[in-house]
Design a protein around this ligand. Structure first.
Ligand SMILES: [Zn+2]
Ligand SMILES: [Zn+2]
Length: 137
């Protein structure tokens, strides 16, 4: 059995392909649900408001954006940028152009993600919403 330390909480867990333990993943799911419900009820809210109202950390909300579960409404935001060319993106890790190019080149060798820009409280004013594929119930 492959045993590792959870990169989130540091506890030892049986590695099953994820970098964080089951408890932390469950917590993420709960947090995502809270965020999703709040955005559903309050369309057009920004990240700071969502974070304050749900108690979910801004950085975690950004990681939901990176995972493509949420998207920023404004395409020209400073929050998310393509990890390949630096262009502003609304969701995920790469812009559409790079995604297409990478698929064409068939390269999977892109290194680990950059940390989200350090956000001081009240600076993350970008409005976010649920991406369409997660909105369906
Ligand atoms: Zn953990
Ligand atoms: Zn790009």
């Amino acid at each position: 059995m492959d045993v590792r330390n959870c990169s989130r909480c540091g506890k030892i867990y049986a590695y099953d392909g994820f970098n964080i333990c089951l408890q932390c993943r469950r917590k993420d799911e709960e947090d995502f649900k809270k965020v999703k419900e709040y955005i559903d009820e309050n369309p057009g809210v920004n990240i700071s408001e969502v974070s304050e109202e749900t108690g979910v950390d801004t950085k975690k909300i950004i990681s939901f954006l990176r995972e493509g579960r949420l998207e920023v409404e404004d395409e020209h935001n400073l929050l998310l940028s393509c990890e390949r060319c630096g262009a502003s993106i609304k969701t995920g890790r790469f812009c559409e152009k790079c995604t297409v190019e990478m698929q064409r080149e068939f390269k999977q060798s892109i290194g680990g993600g950059r940390d989200p820009k350090d956000l001081e409280n009240g600076r993350a004013k970008e409005r976010i919403r649920i991406t369409d594929r997660y909105k369906k119930r």
